[in-house]
Design a protein around this ligand. Structure first.
Ligand code: OXD
Ligand code: MN
Length: 580
């Protein structure tokens, strides 16, 4: 392959000059190419063959033990002015960042192959899709990008037609955590990542492009790039609704997107459009529509079993890449919560010694093509995307946040999104279980100042005729003994049904200062073992605790100083007042 796009060719030449690879290989995205890369990686030991009888075409990759998650403290947004990146991002001036990265990239691909990966985020023919090219010295990245994006010839043709693309340069370097940087240059539509092979740091189409660069691009072009799953819910009567839900990493987006209705919810069907990222555009008729820019799932493995997510469990039995899982005596992938047999080798390849340490890394992952999902919605490939009925925010909160509540209007919904807080998880390096503000679940992913981002969200009130209703859910409430109050997983459909009822104006709701809550009778709780006291806890608004919460939110906003939109401050003040 070569390209007629001179800017692309010139950039490849420049990068090759700087990084000095032994070979340059263009990725065409074909099956044959995938198989041949897998073959090479089996030879080098980058991939380990799993049991091919029970898990055909499944392979294991063990990453460097110090390279197992996103590294937020080493991730930078490099804008001319620090205020444009905002307090939500680490900032470095572009010239300093370029100088630093140039010295790291200098000669770093000697003895290696540089893969040229043209990719399209979103259906190839969708006006909502955007393209990029990743240059990388990692064949692991190349095979993952094949599953996660529309990669290869068709993407290149679109790039040549449009002329515009995001440039992503990646090298694993020597995986030294002290020389690891994930740099974003939104104004140049450029990403440079060095020193990590982990998904979110290295598969540049995902977080770096589809969220950080795209969120900035979206703010310029009038759309939204969000950390949201996309799901289709079909009623027994055949009515379909499309919901977009933003939860922080490792809070169950994949499980909700692939939900299997429990027996009590006879006739309901749920299909997946996306499990991590949604791009939302207002169409010509003034309706908000969404596409999933990805074509595969890079999901958290531990906890996946027939009860929690049978679809995912089945989906990863063939043609999947596992990263950092353990292995059982039968050479099959194993993880905590798989609920069968025992591991013999842990994620680092060591014999399991009963020390009590997890055998699979808590952030171990599977990569699979979305086509393998038994409940995949074909509309995920529709260039027009799907019309969104509701937007759902949520976090992992032991206390305070009720099971579900609805924003009173769009601006209030933006405040709810901006106020999201959640306990940290293993998806990012750092302490787990610490509650932090994670507005719209975008804390690690918004490529510009959050205050401007909230302003951009607010601007949609004037951009669209039919805005979706906004909700907040919390599946993670616990009692004093740490037991979950709500069963979660498939039963979450009951909450989604209430959300749909509200979208269709079928049911009234309890008016509270923080939003509309379900009247218990409007939630279908048939067949659920939920005592009245638990239900009450799930649906109660503790005014004193919420006043404190909203004060904390106010303090959080002051970090953004004068840039916080007045509308948002007014909305915040209004709620504080009603909580008095
Ligand atoms: C992910 C994440 O991998 O959010 O999706 O960390
Ligand atoms: Mn994610």
């Amino acid at each position: 392959m070569t390209t007629s796009n001179q800017a692309l060719q010139q950039w490849i030449d420049e990068v090759a000059n700087m990084t000095q690879p032994d070979r340059i290989v263009w990725c065409d995205g074909s099956e044959a190419e995938y198989r041949s890369l897998v073959g090479e990686m089996l030879e080098t030991g980058d991939l380990i063959e799993l049991n091919q009888e029970t898990h055909p075409n499944c392979y294991l990759h063990r990453s460097d033990p110090h390279d197992v998650a996103r590294v937020e403290h080493l991730t930078f947004v490099c804008t001319e002015h620090a205020e444009d990146a905002g307090p939500n991002n680490n900032w470095m001036h572009p010239s300093e960042a370029h100088a630093q990265m140039d010295s790291l990239f200098d000669g770093c691909m000697q003895g290696r192959t540089m893969y040229v990966i043209p990719y399209c985020m979103g259906p190839i023919d969708s006006p909502y899709s955007r393209c990029g090219v990743e240059l990388t010295d990692s064949p692991y990245v190349a095979i993952n990008m094949k599953l996660m994006t529309r990669m290869g010839q068709a993407a290149l043709e679109r790039i040549e037609r449009e002329g515009k693309f995001v440039r992503g340069l990646h090298s694993i370097g020597d995986l030294n955590p002290d020389q690891r940087f994930i740099m974003h240059f939104p104004q140049e539509l450029q990403i440079q990542s060095f020193g990590s092979g982990y998904g979110g740091n290295a598969l540049l189409g995902k977080k770096c492009h589809a969220l950080r660069i795209a969120s900035w691009q979206a703010s310029q072009e009038g759309w939204l790039a969000e950390h949201m799953l996309l799901v289709e819910v079909e009623s027994p009567q055949g009515d379909k609704h499309y919901l977009a839900a933003a939860f922080p990493s490792a809070c169950g987006k994949t499980n909700l997107a692939m939900l299997i209705p429990p027996e009590s919810q006879d006739g309901w069907k749920v299909r997946t459009l996306g499990d991590d990222i949604a791009w939302l555009h207002v169409d010509d008729a003034g309706q908000l529509r969404a596409i999933n820019p990805e074509s595969g799932y890079f999901g958290v493995v531990p906890g996946t079993n027939v009860q929690t997510n049978r679809n995912a469990f089945d989906m990863i039995k063939h043609d999947a890449i596992f990263t950092n899982v353990a292995v059982n005596a039968n050479n099959e992938p194993w993880w905590e919560g798989k609920d069968d047999d025992q591991p013999v080798t842990d994620w680092q390849g060591r014999a399991v010694n009963g020390s009590g340490e997890p055998a699979a890394h808590p952030n171990s992952r599977f990569t699979v093509s979305a086509q393998q999902n038994p409940c995949y919605s074909e509309l995920a490939d529709d260039p027009a995307g799907v019309p969104i009925s509701a937007i759902i925010f949520g976090g992992r909160r032991r206390e305070l946040a009720p099971l579900v509540y609805e924003a009173k209007d769009w601006n209030h919904g933006v405040l709810i999104g901006a106020s999201v807080a959640s306990e940290t998880t293993a998806a990012a390096a750092g302490k787990v279980g610490v509650t932090r503000r994670d507005p719209m679940a975008m804390k690690p992913f918004c490529g510009y100042n959050f205050a401007d981002y909230w302003g951009h969200w607010l601007s949609f009130a004037a951009r669209a005729d039919e805005l979706p209703k906004i909700f907040h859910v919390n599946w993670f409430r616990q009692d004093a003994d740490g037991r979950f109050l709500w069963p979660g997983f498939g039963e979450n459909l009951r909450v989604m049904r209430w959300i749909i009822d509200r979208c269709e104006n079928q049911v009234e709701a309890e008016d509270t200062p923080i939003g509309y809550l379900p009247r218990p009778a409007d939630l279908d709780l048939d067949g659920l073992d939920l005592d009245p006291d638990t239900l009450k806890q799930l649906l109660t608004v503790d005014h004193a605790a919420w006043r404190e919460e909203m004060q904390t939110v106010g303090e959080y906003f002051t970090e953004y100083e004068h840039r916080v939109p007045e509308l948002l401050t007014a909305e915040h003040q209004k709620i504080l007042k009603t909580l008095k």
